[in-house]
Design a protein around this ligand. Structure first.
Ligand code: DAH
Length: 384
């Protein structure tokens, strides 16, 4: 006895299909065509070995008296003149379907099982779906975050659509202060009726999450904030209206600028290799005082400013790459959250913020930030 799958009926146990004469050439033709297809599918399922397959093929496609030939004789040739064109089209469609079905049918495997389901060859390999990979920018952000997590920092997040209060005012950008101009803000339209501090905008930096977190958590805190930010910058090789930052904030009693330097120096060595050096230059941000920009020695040319005889482009031949802004939290910022334990006379802290896309560009040697956001699989596959 041969084993058969439940749906597999021995070929000649089926009630044998035969082509009937048509009573009319519209409704009856459609019904007859349907019946014919079903019969063919049922027989295809029952084919379990090469002998049966040959019988099956001859029965349907045989030139002299195969079912398709009979259909030609009985349906097409007999059709009245005025219906011929229409019937011809339908019969051709039916023949094409039957032909495909019969030719796609395979005999069962060596154990005698039928492996064919009406024209679908289940022995063919399946469709392989690619798994995808972490996007290079997210990968970079995750790496940065994990360096700080190992130092005991937790991750905080905040909304991308932010109020003027959190994005500017509570970060010590007074209304109409010129420092706001540096941020090329994208405002949400139609809010003139609202008080200025409640107006919505796309956050221009991740710094507002400093305030949001301090409102919720009492000191001491150590947090990193990865996230998306927007600015009204026309896209070019190094600018995108949407980009990513990783922010950091540490607040406790007796936090000093040395803590800031030590923490960031360690983080840069963990990210770019233990031989990189860090270097701080005075700067200005409304929410830190003093403020600084931090540079790392160029990990591409090793700080020499040259690659062989060529000038090193990423560091513009200076040997240093600007990586982030940082500073000691301005007492005015603490004032906005002093009721939650942030009395500027008792606590101090440092903060920093870096552009994750820029770091990803440098790390992977990509020369155009637009490539990160165009979704071209050929580009993204290189990071898989
Ligand atoms: N928010 C600043 C920007 O987007 C970056 C920054 C600078 C963040 C200094 C900080 C900081 O936390 O202390 O340009």
């Amino acid at each position: 006895m041969q084993m058969r799958l439940p749906y597999s009926v021995p070929l000649f146990d089926l009630p044998m299909y035969s082509v009937s004469k048509l009573t009319d050439y519209s409704a009856a033709l459609a019904a007859a065509a349907e019946e014919c297809i079903r019969a063919c599918e049922a027989e295809a399922r029952s084919v379990s070995d090469e002998t049966e397959l040959k019988l099956f093929r001859d029965r349907w496609l045989g030139r002299k008296s195969g079912i398709l030939t009979q259909i030609n004789e009985l349906w097409l040739k007999d059709a009245p003149k005025d219906a011929k064109r229409e019937v011809g089209i339908r019969v051709n469609e039916l023949k094409a379907r039957i032909q495909k079905l019969v030719e796609g049918t395979r005999a069962g495997g060596t154990d005698g099982r039928a492996t064919t389901v009406a024209g679908v060859d289940i022995t063919l390999p399946g469709i392989r779906r690619s798994i995808g990979a972490e996007h290079p920018v997210l990968k970079t952000m995750n790496e940065i975050v994990s360096v700080f997590q190992k130092l005991g920092y937790s991750v905080a997040k905040g909304p991308v659509v932010e109020t003027d209060y959190y994005n500017f005012e509570a970060l010590n950008f007074p209304p109409n202060h010129p420092a706001r101009d540096t941020q090329d803000t994208l405002f949400i339209a139609g809010q003139a009726a609202k008080p200025p501090r409640e107006r919505l905008l796309l956050r221009t930096h991740t710094s507002p999450v400093q305030i949001r977190t301090m409102e919720k958590m009492r000191p001491p805190i150590r947090i990193v904030i990865p996230g998306q930010v927007h600015r009204n910058d026309p896209p070019d090789a190094s600018h995108s209206p949407m980009f990513h930052q990783v922010e950091g904030l540490a607040v406790d009693t007796d936090i000093t600028f040395s803590d800031l330097k030590g923490t960031l120096d360690h983080a840069m060595k963990a990210l770019f290799g233990s031989s990189v050096k860090t270097h701080f230059r005075p700067s200005f941000f409304p929410f830190t005082e003093p403020s600084a920009e931090m540079f790392v020695s160029c990990f591409i040319c090793g700080g020499s400013g040259k690659r062989g005889a060529e000038p090193c482009r990423p560091c513009k031949q200076t040997g240093w790459i600007e990586i982030l802004g940082c500073g000691m939290v301005d007492p005015n910022v603490f004032d906005f959250v002093k009721d939650n334990g942030y009395d500027p006379r008792r606590v101090s802290g440092f903060a920093f913020g870096m552009g994750a896309d820029r770091i990803a560009l440098l790390k992977y040697g990509v020369d155009d930030i637009q490539l990160f956001f165009q979704g071209d699989v050929r580009f993204l596959q290189q990071f898989a």
